[in-house]
Write a protein that binds this ligand. Structure first.
Ligand SMILES: [Zn+2]
Length: 373
C-alpha cells in the first residue's frame, strides 16, 4: 500500500475583520487508478451529523486500499455553523443576502448545448469527458472572477464546486430538521438505492434548482441525453451525485455516525472504490418515491404543535398528523385543531419547533410510494 493522506486548507469566505475563513480538505489515496470521490458536510450550518461521519470515514479509509482518490471537506460552511441565536444555529441561509446555502452552485444548459456541437462521432468518451471537465472548470472559474462579484453563499458554493468539479462521485451530507434518514438519487442512477442502506429514497429528475448534487449530475445527464439523440447510441459517463440526509439538525451522534459511514463505505465498495466486503448494503425494506410525490404538508393554523405522526411509519388518509393548540380559543372547542393526512403517506421529516405560524411547512411526506424490489 502506498497510502497518502494529506490535509490542506482553502479559503471559502472572508469575515468583516478581513480574516480568511478556511475549511480543511482531506485527500486520501493509495495512488491506484480509480474514480475520484468528493464528500462534503454541513453546507447548512446546523446539519452537523455529517462531520462525525467524515471523521469515521477517514479512520476507516486509513485501513482500506483505495482505488482512486477520496476528497473530504467537513464543516464546509464555516459561516453557517457560527451564526447562533440563543440555543439555535441559523445555518440555512446566507445572512447577508438571504439565499439558501445550497442553491448557488453553477450549471448552464446552454454551455452543454454549445459543447455538444464540438463533438464528432469518432471522439472517445474519455476524450469527451476530459474536454467537458476542462470547459466546466473554466466556466466556474470565470463566474467566480467576473467583475461584478457574487453573493456570499454563491462564492462559497463555487469554491467548493471547484473541488468537486473533477469528481466521478459527489456526496453532499445533510440532515433534515427533525428527520428519519433518507437520500436523493438521480433517476438515471436508481440502482444506487440498493448500494446504499437508506430505507427512504427520493428519485429526482434532470432539473436544476441550484443544489450541489444537481450541479454535479445535470451537466453529464444533459450531455449524455443530447449525445444519445445525436449519435443514436447509449452514452454513460459514470458520474453520480447524491444528497444524503443523515437524521436531524442540531444533533451529532458518534455511534450512529459509524453506521452512517459504513452506509457510505458500502456504496463506495459497490462502485469499486474499495475492495472490501465487510460494508455490504443491508437487506432492509426500501421505499421509493418520485420527487413530485414528495410533498409538503403546510399548516393553515398558527399555534403550538404536538407532532403526532411517527416519522418513517405509514399514516393512512384522515389519520392525525399533528394537534395544534390555539391560545386564543382556550375557552371554546377550537382550542385544539387537528391536522390530518390528506392521503396515505409516510412522514419523513417535520418542522423542529413546537410554535409555528400559519403557512409553516410542518411535514414532508412520501405519497404514492412503493417498495423497491
Ligand atoms: Zn441541508
Amino acid at each position: 500500500m502506498n497510502k497518502n493522506l494529506t490535509k490542506q486548507h482553502i479559503s471559502v469566505a472572508q469575515n468583516a475583520s478581513g480574516r480568511n475563513l478556511n475549511v480543511p480538505v482531506y485527500t486520501i489515496t493509495d495512488n491506484i487508478p480509480g474514480p475520484k470521490v468528493y464528500i462534503q458536510s454541513s453546507i447548512h450550518g446546523s446539519e452537523v451529523q455529517g462531520n462525525v461521519v467524515i471523521h469515521h470515514l477517514i479512520q476507516a479509509l486509513k485501513e482500506e486500499t483505495i482505488y482512486g482518490e477520496i476528497v473530504l471537506v467537513p464543516n464546509c460552511n464555516p459561516v453557517g455553523t457560527n451564526i447562533k441565536a440563543g440555543e439555535y444555529t441559523l445555518g440555512r441561509f446566507d445572512p447577508v443576502n438571504g439565499t439558501n446555502w445550497n442553491r448557488g452552485y453553477f450549471y448552464d444548459p446552454q454551455l452543454v448545448d454549445e459543447f455538444t456541437e464540438t463533438i464528432t462521432p469518432e471522439e472517445s468518451l474519455d476524450s469527451i469527458k476530459q474536454r467537458f471537465r476542462l470547459l466546466w472548470q473554466q466556466a466556474i472559474h470565470d463566474k467566480l472572477n467576473q467583475p461584478w462579484g457574487l453573493g456570499l453563499a454563491q462564492q462559497l458554493n463555487l469554491r467548493l464546486q471547484q473541488l468537486a468539479s473533477d469528481a466521478d462521485i459527489v456526496l453532499d451530507l445533510h440532515t433534515g430538521p427533525v428527520a428519519t434518514r433518507h437520500i436523493y438519487i438521480p433517476e438515471y442512477a436508481k440502482q444506487a438505492a440498493h448500494q446504499f442502506s437508506f430505507p427512504y429514497c427520493i428519485f429526482i429528475p434532470n432539473s436544476f434548482a441550484g443544489a450541489l448534487d444537481e450541479a454535479s449530475f445535470c451537466p453529464w445527464w444533459t450531455l449524455a441525453l443530447t449525445l444519445e439523440q445525436r449519435f443514436d447510441r447509449k452514452v454513460k459517463f459514470e458520474v453520480e451525485a447524491f444528497t444524503l440526509e443523515l437524521g436531524s439538525q442540531e444533533t451529532l451522534n458518534f455511534n450512529q455516525g459509524k453506521k452512517d459511514a459504513q452506509n457510505i463505505l458500502g456504496y463506495l465498495a459497490a462502485k469499486g472504490v474499495l475492495n472490501a466486503t465487510q460494508f455490504m448494503p443491508q437487506s432492509i425494506t426500501r421505499y421509493g418515491v418520485e420527487l413530485e410525490n414528495y410533498k409538503v404538508l403546510y399548516t393553515d393554523f398558527g399555534g403550538m404543535v404536538d407532532y403526532q405522526a411517527k416519522l418513517g411509519k405509514v399514516v393512512k388518509k384522515g389519520q392525525t398528523m399533528a394537534k395544534i393548540l390555539n391560545i386564543d380559543d382556550m375557552d371554546n372547542e377550537k382550542a385544539m385543531q387537528t391536522l390530518r393526512a390528506p392521503c396515505d403517506l409516510i412522514p419523513i421529516l417535520h418542522f423542529p419547533s413546537a410554535s409555528v405560524l400559519s403557512g409553516t411547512q410542518l411535514f414532508k411526506c412520501f405519497t404514492q410510494f412503493y417498495e423497491l424490489g
